[in-house]
Design a protein around this ligand. Structure first.
Ligand code: SAH
Length: 397
């Protein structure tokens, strides 16, 4: 039994083991029985084969069948979300991420904040909410209310953006729209730099807050360097490089919209700065046709080459090819910031791809820093899958 008479999902014998170690997923193959009328997105109670209570979570059709929201028999209502959001906000506050000169950060990072299926990014007075599970989709209104009820968060607008993140087959037909409030200023501040955030049409929630710390590191290494920012999107790395006294900064992205956004963001911070140029071009083509030794700081931050495990082999080849091109062209004494944001690619696999590229180029290459996601993208220790961003800073002779 469970206190709210939720539909019961009973596990097969032994399948409670990972849940007893607080891993928050129930795979479909672990289920022994459940009522036939449970609907996608419904909150269910999960019991071990012997009837022992395991947790409450959101049910969905697919390989991950239940995402556990609590290992106690908790009621999943607005108060539940207020409590979880309060914990999430306390962490960000203790990290000092919410300041006059920094109002862009991730408030909720799915499993990392014990809210599987939910992402919330804060941009000034606007929260952008993204549901990755039908359960969170159905909770969107109480989540929006919970956000605005955190009085010290000062969020007035909640934009819901899940058209591309929910399983297509669930036929939920989510509309991207404001749940609360409406369009406000779209300028947010990160470490004292201002950015136009396009949550309406941009990728993901509109900005990649996960590169904040790595952008700062780049700033500290940019002085007098000629910087090439590949896959620039909003131009984040470019703007930091300019503040770091780079001699020249070139931004490249295949999307014309991204180049327009980068140009707007550079102008917002450094109007009429002739050190910057931006090109809408394919990164591989650009690297092929550019001169050798033209740049001595190159950023490679491509989109996830492997969205699924099935694409792993091609993805690793892609990383090797891309990094090889940079090794081939970078000036001696150059620095490369190279990243992979594919969850399916492990740190070791990524490093091996970069290693192969270095060996192929026959350059002397040293790892001088290792990078990961920032503290507002925490990894739940029981859910190591939450670690996705990996990067290396390389010194190339
Ligand atoms: N570095 C960015 C995030 C990169 S997102 C930041 O700090 O915010 C990935 C970007 O790569 C997207 O803007 C996408 O338009 C671009 N992109 C994808 N394929 C590309 C290609 N083949 N050549 C150049 N850019 C590409």
């Amino acid at each position: 039994m469970n206190k709210n008479n939720l539909p019961v999902v009973t596990l097969r014998k032994g399948k409670e083991e990972s849940l007893d170690r607080f891993h928050p997923w129930v795979f479909s193959g672990a289920i022994a029985s459940m009522p036939s009328d449970v609907e996608e997105g419904q909150t269910v109670a999960v019991l071990a084969f012997d009837g022992r209570f395991i947790g409450v979570g959101h049910y969905q059709i697919g390989s991950i069948a239940v995402r556990i929201l609590d290992f106690d028999d908790t009621t999943i209502d607005k108060d539940f979300f207020i409590a979880r959001l309060r914990d999430a906000l306390n962490l960000r506050r203790s990290l000092n991420l919410s300041r006059d000169d920094n109002d862009a950060y991730r408030l909720v990072h799915g499993e990392g904040d014990f809210l599987p299926g939910l992402i919330i990014d804060i941009y000034g007075h606007t929260a952008v909410v993204q549901a990755h599970s039908p359960g969170m989709h159905f909770c969107r209104d109480i989540i929006a209310l919970a956000i605005t009820e955190l009085e010290d968060l000062e969020v007035a607008n909640v934009y819901y953006k899940s058209e591309t993140t929910l399983p297509f087959k669930a036929q939920l037909d989510p509309q991207n729209d404001y749940i609360i409030g409406g369009f406000d200023s779209n300028i947010a501040t990160e470490n004292g730099l201002n950015f136009h955030i396009d949550w309406l049409k941009g990728q993901k929630t509109g900005f990649f807050v996960d590169q904040r710390d790595n952008r700062s590191l780049l700033e500290s290494l940019s002085r007098n360097r000629k910087v090439l920012n590949m896959f620039c999107y909003t131009g984040g790395f470019s703007v930091y490089a300019l503040r770091g006294d780079a001699q020249r900064v070139v931004s490249v992205d295949s999307s014309a919209k991204a180049i327009a956004l980068t140009t707007a963001n550079v102008n917002l911070n450094f109007p009429n700065d002739t050190r910057h140029e931006a090109f809408a071009e394919d990164a591989f083509r650009f690297l092929d046709t550019m001169q050798k030794d033209e740049y001595d700081l190159i950023v490679l931050d491509p989109p996830a080459f492997a969205k699924h495990r099935s694409a792993l082999k091609n993805a690793l080849r892609g990383y090797q090819r891309l990094n090889y091109k940079a090794f081939e062209k970078i000036a001696p004494g150059g620095i490369i910031f190279t990243f992979s944001c594919s969850q399916a690619v492990s740190k070791e696999q990524f490093r091996l791809a970069v290693f192969s590229a270095a060996a192929q180029s026959r350059r002397r290459v040293r790892i001088i820093r290792q990078m990961t996601q920032p503290a507002d993208h925490p990894v739940n220790i029981y859910h190591p899958e939450g670690e996705y961003l990996k990067g290396l800073v390389l010194y190339v002779e």
